[in-house]
Design a protein around this ligand. Structure first.
Ligand code: ADP
Ligand code: MG
Length: 480
């Protein structure tokens, strides 16, 4: 019997608000434990939460970008449960009136296929604190700094059918939140978190299988591997005639397995009810229009812009626009060089390899856009060859970014020959060896000059300065 896997994702994104969603505490990452915990965050008696307008704005931005319906009337609900990292005993969330409904995330698969992944909703909620189980200690330590931090939860419909699709959705969400400036998209640090709901069913069956929610993945790769092993586990259960238990399982990256964390309650026992301390939120037309008008450029718009303004092929534009910061860096480079395609090649080639090798983002790349442009210009002016620049100058320069590229090239003995004394004899040689071509030139075939250029270049082993070479050739041709 053949099985198919069905996946739905729940992605939590920590919003880049200065303060928490219902309190003035800073929502900064990495502070001393329990230093951003006002009475509101702790839910002490008599305190009143107050909604952070900015959080709603950022959530609306995501909704607009995904083509969702924006709810104009929203309430916040209390989701009641006991857990040590939840100081109030309930989480404030949007159960019945998510800020966004519907919408979709476009993904592009390796096969080139483009799919629209339907969203169920995007809602606002507050984050919980953090339980810390320190190595060698029995106690659970609690840090409430994160409690009350603004989150959006992006919930897809159960429509994904492979780990590749799930990875593509997550990558697209990460790209979008970064473009929108609403979340830093850092999976490793947990500002973007993905839970994967996985079920299997016999191929062609119209009904969904029982689902398992898998948590604890902190990279796209882990999400994909977790789905893979969980689906395999469920298929093996099914083949043995056993039932899948609806539960939450934790992914163990080291062992590449999932293990049971808690059995999912079949019945909703959270006793959701509208938070009586928070007034309903009503979004005015004016405010919504203002957000619409201030939407930053989205990935697809940047792709078109790069193709139009810099005449880049679509492939280049997509690679560059995959990371908003890289696209911005590219545009800065182009302020210092007219050779756009070369700049693009440099970013997609040597620069990207360098960043991958070092495991860093373009923000930490040692060369400024102006410096990279200077290297491109040096090559285009014929002073150094591309090979020398990529293999010798670039690796040396990133180690000492304060250096001057021309001096570096000189020190590495890579500067192309630009002295008439050494080029002159080569030019003479070439003119002597091709009398027929010289004749053609005089008959009006001016383009033949490039053939002479090529010959001189070859004989100088690529070191001849093209501009000077051309000048010398023209001089000699005039005399001959
Ligand atoms: P809950 O809030 O209890 O987690 P939801 O209805 O909000 O339940 O669904 C959560 C996620 O589970 C959604 O992403 C949805 O697409 C996914 N999901 C629901 N049913 C299935 C299923 N049978 N197989 C895979 N994913 C599912
Ligand atoms: Mg859920």
């Amino acid at each position: 019997m053949k099985f198919e896997t069905i996946i739905g994702l729940e992605v939590h994104a920590q919003l880049l608000t200065e303060s928490k969603i219902f309190a003035g505490d800073a929502s900064s990452f990495g502070a001393e434990p329990n230093t951003h915990i006002s009475a509101i965050t702790l839910g002490l008696p008599g305190t009143l939460p107050r909604l952070n307008k900015r959080a709603v704005e950022l959530a609306v931005r995501m909704g607009l970008a995904c083509g969702c319906d924006i709810s104009r009337h929203q309430i916040f609900d209390r989701k009641n449960y006991f857990y040590p990292d939840l100081p109030k005993g309930y989480q404030i969330t949007q159960d019945r009136t998510p800020v966004c409904r519907g919408g979709f995330i476009p993904i592009r698969l390796k096969s080139g296929e483009v799919k629209s992944i339907r969203l169920n909703r995007i809602h606002l909620e507050e984050d919980a604190g953090k339980s810390i189980h320190a190595e060698g200690h029995d106690e659970t330590l609690l840090d409430f700094n994160r409690a009350g931090t603004a989150l959006i939860e992006i919930v897809t419909e159960p429509v994904l059918t492979s780990p590749e699709e799930a990875g593509a959705v997550l990558a697209e969400i990460r790209k979008m939140v970064r473009y929108l400036g609403i979340c830093d998209g850092n999976l490793e640090e947990g500002s973007l978190r993905c839970d994967a709901n996985v079920s299997v069913r016999p191929q062609g069956s119209g009904v969904l299988g029982k689902r398992v929610e898998v948590k604890n993945m902190n990279s796209i790769r882990h999400v994909q591997r977790a789905i893979e092993v969980e689906a395999t586990r469920q298929i093996e259960l099914a083949l043995r005639g056993e039932d899948v238990v609806s539960e939450t399982r934790l992914y163990d990256a080291a062992a590449n397995t999932t293990r049971s964390m808690r059995i999912k309650e079949e019945l909703n026992d959270y006793r959701y009810f509208p938070d009586p301390d928070l007034a309903p939120v009503v979004l005015s037309d004016d405010w919504l229009n203002a957000i619409r008008a201030s939407m930053p450029a989205l990935p697809e718009q940047v792709v078109s812009h790069l193709m139009e303004k810099y005449a880049l092929p679509e492939y280049d534009a997509r690679v560059l626009a995959d990371d908003r910061e890289v696209a911005m860096y590219f545009q800065s480079v182009c302020e210092h060089t007219p050779f756009f395609k070369s700049a693009s090649n440099w970013l997609m080639g040597p620069v990207k390899s360098y960043l991958n090798e070092k495991g860093i983002e373009i923000g930490k790349f040692p060369l400024t856009p102006a410096q990279l442009a200077a290297l491109v210009n040096l090559i285009e002016a014929g002073q150094v060859s591309y090979t020398a620049a990529a293999q010798k100058i670039f690796p040396a320069w990133v180690l000492q970014p304060e250096a001057d590229p021309a001096q570096l090239a000189n020190a590495l003995n890579l500067l192309q020959d630009s002295s008439a004394d050494s080029l002159g004899p080569l030019v003479d040689q070439v003119i002597r060896e091709f009398p027929l071509k010289v004749e053609e030139y005089h008959k009006g075939k001016k383009a033949i000059v490039t053939m002479f250029m090529g010959e001189v270049m070859k004989r100088s082993k690529g070191k001849a300065d093209p501009r000077l070479t051309q000048e010398l050739i023209l001089q000699r041709l005039k005399k001959s």
